[in-house]
Each structure stands twice: as structure tokens, then as C-alpha cells.
Design a protein around this ligand. Structure first.
Ligand code: SAH
Length: 257
């Protein structure tokens, strides 16, 4: 396994790069790719920056230039449903580009000439991510997240959701917009700006991918309030520990054959 790990925001990636053993940096296409061992796994960590094109470019490069066999995307997202709360963790089962609309030539959301609107995430990677997220909540959450931040963001008993993630080149911060996306996309759990682009690239190149997101906001008018504080003090810790547990678990599985 050679694991590509993509983060959209610098704060989310920083801790992972610091945890790498003997990392070296390669610059390609105006991005820094960090190659090394991460918790015993052969890994490449990279910052995609924000949006679908940035994410697609990064995923393609990871596969074509760095030879990764699996891709993980870690980041934050807005809640896509009333049952999903700030501080919860979402693992994608499938992903859709919510701003794709070539109707009436093609059905709304369908990526023209692929016949698909929903691109799958790899089920086994998703299960490992959900297991890693559960281990994080059970064993690390208490100590890893500062008590003050728990109070500020109302993190009481975070939960894990598996379902549909919708991506688009928009920061959704409007209650009527998120409600209409929820109506149009059954099973929606989160909205963000990269995952579905990575899923399409991985589908087309035949590489399994997993997307895990910490819910940072409710995709409504308050979405931008305290966004960077949440990323720094909460989501970056979530991503670090979930990836750590994922790698330790994956290492155990692969050494067991
Ligand atoms: N304010 C930030 C902008 C972040 S854009 C800045 O100035 O840098 C939002 C990032 O978080 C994207 O990577 C996206 O995937 C994710 N995200 C979190 N909440 C979102 C929402 N409500 N709508 C869309 N993307 C969201």
C-alpha cells in the first residue's frame, strides 16, 4: 500500500507532515508533496488547496506521478442533514457534484458522458475510516480536544455518519440552499468542496478512495463564524488521530496478510 493523503487546509496537514519519518519534499504543479513513512505506512501527504479542480489535479498527480495505490481525503464540511451536528464525523459512501447541472441534456447532477451522478468511495476504506474514527472518539477525543473548545463548539457526544457527501465550488452558508440540497439528494450527510472531484478521478483511474470529514458548521448563515478556530483547535486534531488510527490499523491488517 502506498497511501496518498490529501488535505484542503494547511492546518489539517501540518500535524501529519510533522509526524512523518524521514519525509522529503517534492514540488510539482505548485504543490508540495511530502513523501515518507507515516505510522509505518508508505505515504504521500499533500495540500490540495480548496475546490474541485484543485482537488482533481492533486489526486491525479498522486496516482500518476507518485504511484499511490489508495487515496484518503481528510477535511472539514458543513452538515448536510439535521441529524448531523458540529463535531460529528462523516465518512463518505458515495459523492456527488452538487453544482453539476447539464440539464436538460443530461439529468441534474450527472457528470456528462459518464452516466453517473454518484461516484463511490471504497467500501473497505470507508469501514477502516469509520473504525479509526470510532477508536478516536472512544480513546483519544477526551484528551485530544481542549475542554474549552468542547464547550465553545458544544461537542458533547460526537457521532459517526456514513452516507452521501456533496461537493461544489461554493462555501454553502445559506439555510435555504442547504435545505434544497438535502431535499434533492437523499441520504446527504455533508457538503464540502473537494471530495466528489477526488472520487471521480479515483473512479476513472481505478484507485480506491476514502473521504472523512469533521463537521465544522451547519452550512447556514453562521457557517463562517469561528471557522478557522474550529479547524485549528478541533478538526486538525480529529484528522491527525483518525489518520493515525487508520494507519496503525491498516499496518496491522497488511502484516497479518
Ligand atoms: N474561510 C476559509 C475558507 C474555507 S473554504 C478560508 O478563508 O480559508 C471551506 C473549506 O472547508 C473547503 O475545503 C470545504 O471543503 C470545507 N467546508 C466546510 N464547510 C463547508 C460548507 N459549509 N460549504 C462548503 N464547504 C465547506
Amino acid at each position: 500500500m502506498r497511501l496518498g493523503i490529501i488535505s484542503a487546509l494547511y492546518e489539517e496537514q501540518q500535524g501529519l507532515v510533522e509526524a512523518m519519518q524521514g519525509p522529503y519534499k517534492l514540488i510539482h504543479g505548485q504543490r508540495e508533496y511530502w513523501v515518507g513513512k507515516l505510522f509505518e505506512i508508505d505515504a504521500v501527504c499533500v495540500l490540495s488547496r480548496i475546490g474541485k479542480v484543485a482537488a482533481a489535479m492533486t489526486a491525479t498527480t498522486l496516482v500518476e506521478k507518485f504511484g499511490v495505490t489508495h487515496i484518503l481525503f481528510t477535511g472539514v464540511a458543513g452538515a448536510g442533514d439535521k441529524t448531523v451536528q458540529v463535531g460529528d464525523i462523516v465518512v463518505a459512501e458515495s459523492l456527488v457534484q452538487h453544482d453539476m447541472d447539464a440539464s436538460p441534456l443530461f439529468p441534474r447532477f450527472e457528470v456528462p458522458l459518464t452516466g453517473l451522478s454518484h461516484f463511490p468511495a471504497d467500501h473497505r476504506l470507508g469501514t477502516r475510516l469509520a473504525d479509526a474514527a470510532q477508536a478516536f472518539l472512544d480513546r483519544d477525543f477526551e484528551e485530544a480536544i481542549d475542554a474549552r473548545e468542547k464547550t465553545v463548539f458544544g461537542l458533547v457526544q460526537p457521532r459517526i455518519h456514513r452516507g452521501l457527501v456533496a461537493s461544489g465550488d461554493q462555501f454553502v452558508n445559506d439555510a435555504s440552499h442547504i435545505n434544497s440540497l438535502n431535499d434533492a439528494l437523499p441520504g446527504l450527510v455533508a457538503v464540502e468542496m473537494e471530495g466528489a472531484a477526488v472520487a471521480q478521478v479515483c473512479y476513472e483511474l481505478g484507485v480506491p478512495c476514502g473521504v472523512v470529514r469533521t463537521i465544522s458548521d451547519n452550512a447556514n448563515e453562521n457557517a463562517a463564524t469561528d471557522f478557522m478556530r474550529f479547524v485549528k483547535s478541533v478538526a486538525a486534531r480529529y484528522a491527525f488521530h483518525i489518520v493515525r488510527r487508520f494507519c496503525l490499523q491498516a499496518d496491522k491488517v497488511s502484516s497479518e496478510g
